[in-house]
Design a protein around this ligand. Structure first.
Ligand code: PHB
Length: 392
């Protein structure tokens, strides 16, 4: 066909109309919400990172892929649970990808670097696991929130329970870094207040798993019980090594619930009977949790754990915050006010957010057996982290 001026004029008119339509459509469609997931996808915490991402996506999918009208777009960085790389990694999301919100991470040391970068840049941060007390303590800020726990919380809850049981002499064993140190500190605070005594504090560097020498030391010390914090792949090995060393029957092992959460399949009989404290359990028997678990298992072909719940709730918190600002992630004061008066309808049970932005929540006593961390009681109801050093 020969092109005439009339043809061309018609076509360019049509093009102009098209362009106008597109820009109108653009003006009406809000920009995508850029969500930066900074999580461990390799190393001893790899499965924890995956569970958090799964949980987060599950809630976003329930919302039709949008939060406060903005379509969610994901940017991902594997932080390797490596504090030395944390500042560079978080800046890939803040500076290179220019994300609206940071979701991360698992490891307390890495989370501290994220909190510092979030504070300096003003980027909204929701921590879906790492318990570093300072994140909602000395480092607290209007734009920093946590959907999980502070390291102090499960330690403190377990200490109360063990003291009430009449246990007197305890040896603690953990990794030498913020999460281990602060779990033991929280434990010691309530356990010693309740009349118990920590007679020895054992530790090894993160993420080492050479437990043998320390297990020999526990056997020689003969305490009434052991309190531990380990998590992820290393926790599987610790529980197996503890049983193989013959300690399981003579010196009961207790811990913050991360020791067995998500790990029972791999730990097998070595985990049977272990009592822990955590803000989630496998048998809560509520409508909310059952629906969550069913949907999670169907989508991801695996059972959810505490990490999946924390990821799911990070998305719930983000939605509550952004619904209050019509999708603007920079309005920290308004997001803070909205979350401050919210009750989050979590699979773990409803929880609120403390003035320093940490969950105020129930801690359950759980016992491992038949591949379940079964709820056997409440260790501490509506336990709030003291938020020491937080000035907002
Ligand atoms: C942490 O480093 O804060 C941490 C890691 C894994 C857990 C819990 C806490 O399961």
């Amino acid at each position: 066909m020969q092109l005439t001026w009339t043809h061309l004029a018609r076509q360019s008119g049509a093009l102009a109309l098209c362009a106008m339509g597109a820009s109108l459509a653009l003006a009406q469609t809000p920009a995508k919400l850029k969500v930066g997931l900074m999580l461990p996808y390799t190393g001893t915490f790899a499965s924890l990172g995956t569970a958090i991402e799964n949980g987060f996506r599950q809630h976003v999918n329930e919302l039709g892929g949008k939060i406060a009208g903005r379509e969610v777009e994901y940017f991902k960085v594997d932080d390797e649970s490596e504090p030395a790389k944390a500042t560079d990694n978080v800046n890939k999301l803040i500076k290179r990808d220019q994300v609206d919100v940071l979701i991360g991470t698992v490891h307390s040391g890495v989370a501290m670097a994220m909190a510092k970068a979030a504070k300096e840049s003003g980027t909204l941060l929701i921590v879906p696991n790492a318990g570093a007390d300072a994140v909602t303590g000395a480092m607290c800020a209007p734009n920093i929130f946590r959907s999980s726990f502070s390291n102090w919380q499960p330690g403190y809850a377990m200490g109360e329970v063990m003291a009430k049981k009449g246990i007197k002499k305890v040896v603690t064993i953990t990794w030498k870094y913020a999460a281990g140190d602060e779990s033991v500190k929280g434990f010691k605070e309530s356990f010693e207040k309740g009349g118990g005594m920590v007679v020895k504090e054992l530790s090894l560097p993160f993420p080492n798993v050479e437990f043998q020498g320390l297990l020999t030391e526990i056997a020689a010390t003969k305490p009434d019980a052991v309190f531990t914090f380990f998590a992820g792949g290393a926790a599987v090995k610790f529980v197996k090594d503890y049983a193989a060393a013959g300690l399981k029957t003579s010196i009961p092992l207790y811990g913050s619930g991360f020791i067995t959460d998500g790990n029972l399949e791999a730990q097998g009989a070595a985990a049977d009977g272990i009592i822990t404290a955590l803000h989630y359990a496998d048998s809560l028997d509520t409508k909310r949790d059952k629906a969550f678990r069913l949907a999670y298992a169907k989508t991801f072909k695996m059972q959810p754990d505490v990490y999946a719940v924390q990821g799911y709730d990070a998305a719930q918190m983000l939605a509550i915050g952004l619904n209050a600002t019509k999708g603007d992630a920079t309005k920290a004061a308004e997001i803070s006010a909205a979350l401050g008066k919210a009750t989050i309808d979590s699979p773990r049970g409803p929880f609120t957010i403390s003035p320093s932005h940490n969950p105020v929540q129930d801690f359950y006593i759980r016992q491992a057996g038949a591949k379940e961390n079964k709820k056997i009681g409440i260790a501490s109801a509506k336990l709030a982290d003291p938020g020491r050093g937080c000035k907002m």
